[in-house]
Design a protein. Structure first.
Length: 198
Protein backbone atom coordinates (compact mmCIF):
# COMPACT_ATOMS: atom_id res chain seq x y z
CA UNK A 1 0.00 0.00 0.00
CA UNK A 2 1.32 3.45 -0.96
CA UNK A 3 1.85 5.78 2.01
CA UNK A 4 0.86 9.39 1.40
CA UNK A 5 2.68 11.96 3.49
CA UNK A 6 1.89 15.60 4.09
CA UNK A 7 3.99 17.91 1.87
CA UNK A 8 5.89 19.40 4.83
CA UNK A 9 6.72 15.89 6.12
CA UNK A 10 7.96 14.75 2.70
CA UNK A 11 9.98 17.94 2.23
CA UNK A 12 11.64 17.44 5.62
CA UNK A 13 12.34 13.82 4.73
CA UNK A 14 14.13 14.97 1.57
CA UNK A 15 16.15 17.47 3.61
CA UNK A 16 17.09 14.94 6.30
CA UNK A 17 18.10 12.34 3.72
CA UNK A 18 20.06 14.87 1.66
CA UNK A 19 21.93 16.21 4.67
CA UNK A 20 22.82 12.71 5.85
CA UNK A 21 24.24 11.96 2.38
CA UNK A 22 26.06 15.31 2.15
CA UNK A 23 27.73 14.58 5.49
CA UNK A 24 28.57 11.00 4.53
CA UNK A 25 29.74 11.49 0.94
CA UNK A 26 30.31 15.22 0.61
CA UNK A 27 28.20 17.72 -1.29
CA UNK A 28 29.96 17.30 -4.63
CA UNK A 29 29.71 13.50 -4.66
CA UNK A 30 26.03 13.39 -3.68
CA UNK A 31 23.53 13.43 -6.54
CA UNK A 32 19.78 13.96 -6.64
CA UNK A 33 19.55 10.33 -7.73
CA UNK A 34 21.42 9.27 -4.57
CA UNK A 35 18.87 11.14 -2.48
CA UNK A 36 15.82 9.67 -4.23
CA UNK A 37 17.29 6.14 -4.28
CA UNK A 38 18.01 6.36 -0.57
CA UNK A 39 14.36 7.32 -0.01
CA UNK A 40 13.09 4.80 -2.61
CA UNK A 41 11.03 7.44 -4.41
CA UNK A 42 10.85 8.59 -8.01
CA UNK A 43 13.32 11.27 -9.05
CA UNK A 44 10.44 13.52 -10.14
CA UNK A 45 9.16 13.73 -6.57
CA UNK A 46 12.39 15.50 -5.56
CA UNK A 47 11.74 18.20 -8.15
CA UNK A 48 8.28 18.81 -6.74
CA UNK A 49 9.97 20.25 -3.62
CA UNK A 50 13.37 21.46 -4.87
CA UNK A 51 14.69 22.76 -8.18
CA UNK A 52 18.29 21.61 -7.66
CA UNK A 53 20.62 19.85 -5.26
CA UNK A 54 21.83 23.27 -4.12
CA UNK A 55 18.24 24.24 -3.24
CA UNK A 56 17.88 21.29 -0.88
CA UNK A 57 21.30 22.04 0.63
CA UNK A 58 20.32 25.67 1.23
CA UNK A 59 17.03 24.55 2.81
CA UNK A 60 19.00 22.27 5.15
CA UNK A 61 21.32 25.12 6.15
CA UNK A 62 18.43 27.54 6.75
CA UNK A 63 16.66 24.92 8.86
CA UNK A 64 19.78 24.23 10.94
CA UNK A 65 20.41 27.97 11.34
CA UNK A 66 16.82 28.55 12.46
CA UNK A 67 17.19 25.93 15.19
CA UNK A 68 20.43 27.51 16.35
CA UNK A 69 18.93 31.02 16.39
CA UNK A 70 16.01 29.70 18.48
CA UNK A 71 18.52 28.38 21.02
CA UNK A 72 20.41 31.72 20.96
CA UNK A 73 17.18 33.59 21.70
CA UNK A 74 16.36 31.23 24.55
CA UNK A 75 19.81 31.85 26.09
CA UNK A 76 19.85 35.61 25.53
CA UNK A 77 16.28 36.18 26.79
CA UNK A 78 16.74 34.21 30.02
CA UNK A 79 16.04 36.95 32.57
CA UNK A 80 16.95 34.60 35.45
CA UNK A 81 20.60 35.27 34.59
CA UNK A 82 22.61 38.48 34.40
CA UNK A 83 23.54 39.90 31.01
CA UNK A 84 27.16 38.85 31.55
CA UNK A 85 26.10 35.26 32.38
CA UNK A 86 23.91 35.13 29.26
CA UNK A 87 26.76 36.33 27.02
CA UNK A 88 29.07 33.68 28.49
CA UNK A 89 26.42 31.00 27.91
CA UNK A 90 25.93 32.26 24.33
CA UNK A 91 29.68 32.04 23.62
CA UNK A 92 30.01 28.62 25.26
CA UNK A 93 27.04 27.32 23.25
CA UNK A 94 28.87 28.42 20.08
CA UNK A 95 31.99 26.53 21.17
CA UNK A 96 29.82 23.51 21.96
CA UNK A 97 28.38 23.66 18.42
CA UNK A 98 31.80 23.87 16.82
CA UNK A 99 33.09 20.96 18.92
CA UNK A 100 30.25 18.60 17.92
CA UNK A 101 31.61 16.29 15.24
CA UNK A 102 28.77 16.30 12.73
CA UNK A 103 28.27 20.06 12.88
CA UNK A 104 31.95 20.54 12.03
CA UNK A 105 31.29 18.85 8.70
CA UNK A 106 28.31 21.15 8.05
CA UNK A 107 30.36 24.21 9.05
CA UNK A 108 33.20 23.09 6.76
CA UNK A 109 30.75 22.85 3.85
CA UNK A 110 29.12 26.23 4.42
CA UNK A 111 32.49 27.93 4.92
CA UNK A 112 33.76 26.60 1.61
CA UNK A 113 34.04 29.15 -1.24
CA UNK A 114 31.19 27.38 -3.11
CA UNK A 115 28.71 28.33 -0.39
CA UNK A 116 30.09 31.70 0.67
CA UNK A 117 26.98 33.51 -0.64
CA UNK A 118 24.63 31.12 1.23
CA UNK A 119 26.65 31.50 4.42
CA UNK A 120 26.56 35.31 4.10
CA UNK A 121 22.77 35.35 3.59
CA UNK A 122 22.13 33.00 6.51
CA UNK A 123 24.44 35.00 8.77
CA UNK A 124 22.85 38.33 7.78
CA UNK A 125 19.33 37.03 8.47
CA UNK A 126 20.42 35.58 11.81
CA UNK A 127 22.03 38.88 12.81
CA UNK A 128 18.80 40.75 12.05
CA UNK A 129 16.91 38.43 14.38
CA UNK A 130 19.50 38.77 17.13
CA UNK A 131 20.04 42.55 17.05
CA UNK A 132 16.95 43.46 19.09
CA UNK A 133 17.69 40.73 21.60
CA UNK A 134 21.32 41.84 21.98
CA UNK A 135 20.21 45.47 22.34
CA UNK A 136 17.93 44.53 25.28
CA UNK A 137 20.73 42.41 26.73
CA UNK A 138 23.24 45.28 26.59
CA UNK A 139 20.67 47.64 28.14
CA UNK A 140 20.02 45.26 31.05
CA UNK A 141 23.78 44.70 31.36
CA UNK A 142 24.21 48.33 32.37
CA UNK A 143 22.11 47.55 35.46
CA UNK A 144 23.13 44.01 36.43
CA UNK A 145 26.65 43.59 35.02
CA UNK A 146 28.18 47.07 34.95
CA UNK A 147 28.35 47.41 31.16
CA UNK A 148 29.82 50.77 30.19
CA UNK A 149 28.01 51.91 27.07
CA UNK A 150 26.17 55.04 25.96
CA UNK A 151 24.06 53.46 23.22
CA UNK A 152 22.86 49.89 23.70
CA UNK A 153 21.78 49.37 20.08
CA UNK A 154 25.09 50.70 18.71
CA UNK A 155 27.03 48.49 21.13
CA UNK A 156 24.88 45.45 20.25
CA UNK A 157 25.44 46.00 16.51
CA UNK A 158 29.20 46.46 17.04
CA UNK A 159 29.41 43.33 19.17
CA UNK A 160 27.35 41.18 16.80
CA UNK A 161 29.33 42.40 13.78
CA UNK A 162 32.63 41.75 15.52
CA UNK A 163 31.55 38.27 16.64
CA UNK A 164 30.40 37.42 13.11
CA UNK A 165 33.77 38.42 11.64
CA UNK A 166 35.64 36.62 14.42
CA UNK A 167 33.58 33.47 13.76
CA UNK A 168 34.52 33.65 10.09
CA UNK A 169 38.21 34.17 10.89
CA UNK A 170 38.45 31.47 13.55
CA UNK A 171 36.72 28.93 11.29
CA UNK A 172 39.84 29.11 9.11
CA UNK A 173 42.31 28.68 12.00
CA UNK A 174 42.55 24.94 12.00
CA UNK A 175 44.42 23.55 14.98
CA UNK A 176 44.24 26.64 17.19
CA UNK A 177 43.22 25.69 20.71
CA UNK A 178 39.73 26.52 21.92
CA UNK A 179 41.27 28.04 25.08
CA UNK A 180 43.20 30.54 22.96
CA UNK A 181 40.08 31.33 20.91
CA UNK A 182 37.99 31.77 24.07
CA UNK A 183 40.58 34.13 25.50
CA UNK A 184 40.53 36.27 22.35
CA UNK A 185 36.73 36.34 22.17
CA UNK A 186 36.17 37.23 25.82
CA UNK A 187 38.84 39.96 25.66
CA UNK A 188 37.04 41.41 22.63
CA UNK A 189 33.62 41.35 24.33
CA UNK A 190 35.01 42.88 27.52
CA UNK A 191 36.60 45.71 25.56
CA UNK A 192 33.26 46.41 23.82
CA UNK A 193 31.10 46.35 26.98
CA UNK A 194 33.76 48.00 29.15
CA UNK A 195 33.88 45.46 31.98
CA UNK A 196 34.84 41.89 32.86
CA UNK A 197 32.11 39.38 32.11
CA UNK A 198 33.57 36.22 33.65
Amino acid sequence: MRITKKPEERRKEFMDTAMALFLKNGYEKTTVEDITQSMQVAKGSFYYYFKTKQDVFEACIYSAASGIVDKYLMILNNSDKTAAERIVEYIEFNFHLSEKGQLNDIFDMIHSPVFEAVHSRVAAESMKELLGCFTSLIESGKEDSGFQTEDAEFTAAALLGALQEVHHLLSKRVGESSDRQRSLIYSLIESVVGTKIR
